[in-house]
Design a protein. Structure first.
Length: 94
C-alpha cells in the first residue's frame, strides 16, 4: 500500500471553504484508490475548535513567539509563520 501525507495550514475535518473542500476531496480520492493517507494541519489556534479538527492537527498558539516575524507582529503572514513553527525543533510538530 502506498502512503501519502497531506500538510496544510488549516484543518479540513469539516470542510467549508474552497481550500478545505479541495483537500477533503483529494484525501477522499487517494483513499478510494488504495492509498493510506494522513493529514496534519498546523493551524492558528483561534481559528478552529473541537470537531473541526483532525486527529493529528497541531495548533499554533496565540501567544507563541513563532507568531512574530523578526521580532515584529506582522498581520496576514501566519501561513509563513506556521511553517517555521512546524519545522522548528522547539515548535509544534515533534
Amino acid at each position: 500500500m502506498k502512503n501519502i501525507l497531506f500538510l496544510s495550514t488549516y484543518s479540513f475535518a469539516k470542510p467549508r471553504h474552497g481550500g478545505q473542500i479541495r483537500l477533503h476531496q483529494l484525501v477522499k480520492k487517494f483513499k478510494e484508490n488504495g492509498w493510506k493517507t494522513r493529514s496534519i494541519a498546523v493551524y492558528e489556534q483561534e481559528s478552529f475548535i473541537g470537531d473541526e479538527l483532525g486527529t493529528f492537527d497541531v495548533p499554533l498558539p496565540v501567544d507563541s513567539t513563532f507568531r512574530l516575524f523578526k521580532g515584529r507582529n506582522i498581520p496576514l503572514i501566519n501561513d509563513l509563520l506556521t511553517g517555521s513553527y512546524a519545522a522548528s525543533e522547539t515548535g509544534g510538530v515533534q
